[in-house]
Design a protein. Structure first.
Length: 204
């Protein structure tokens, strides 16, 4: 389906994806109701102190998993032939195809890799947030904003942008209140789109 709809206009894929999300959310509402649920993981609540800083076992596990996953992704994209081919496909599909790169295969593998990473992040998200059929859209929007701020294809910049956005959100929540968090994040996104549409890490 993605292969068919992306041909006329690349934006169609994004629109279709959000439409599919809405359809799945309504389907989940029918089968699982709109009740909020939470996974109880008492062992993850155990506190560990490192250099006089306290962490829960779940937070430490989540950080280590994210660090290893991002490091592996960075190595894959930067130091393997497939990673370089994928980056070329992202930058210019037609030119990559002319150079003999299997664009469709790379697109499918990238899609499957994205699903695998989402599947890896899902249990951690469910351990720290309430689960409901419409949940997760906030995390998806934050991920999109972080990617736009950093610039597509810049893995290291995405890491710094993610940390920066996390610190900004916590700072806004602490000083102004949680109600202003999404507003400030939206202002950052608008500013980036206006003045650095290719991302902070891009020299264009």
């Amino acid at each position: 389906v993605f292969r068919v709809i992306k041909e006329p206009l690349e934006l169609n894929t994004i629109v279709f994806t959000f439409g599919l999300v809405i359809a799945l959310q309504n389907l989940f509402l029918i089968f699982f109701s709109a009740d909020y649920r939470i996974l109880t993981t008492p062992e993850w609540s155990t506190t560990i102190e490192i250099f006089n800083v306290s962490f829960t076992r779940g937070q430490l596990t989540m950080f280590l998993t994210a660090f290893i996953s991002v490091s592996a992704l960075y190595f894959l994209l930067r130091h393997t032939f497939w990673g370089k081919a994928l980056r070329a496909t992202i930058q210019d599909r037609e030119a990559a195809g002319l150079l003999g790169i299997d664009v469709e295969k790379n697109s499918i593998l990238a899609f499957l890799g994205g699903i695998a990473l989402v599947g890896l992040a899902g249990p951690f998200f469910a351990s720290f947030h309430y689960i409901h059929p419409t949940g997760g859209i906030e995390a998806t929007l934050i991920a999109i904003i972080v990617t736009i701020v950093a610039g597509v294809g810049h893995v290291r910049a995405v890491i710094w942008a993610g940390w920066g956005m996390g610190l900004l959100e916590n700072l806004v929540t602490t000083t102004l209140g949680a109600a202003f968090r999404e507003g400030v994040t939206s202002l950052v996104l608008i500013a980036i789109l206006l003045y650095k549409p290719c991302g902070l890490a891009d020299n264009q």
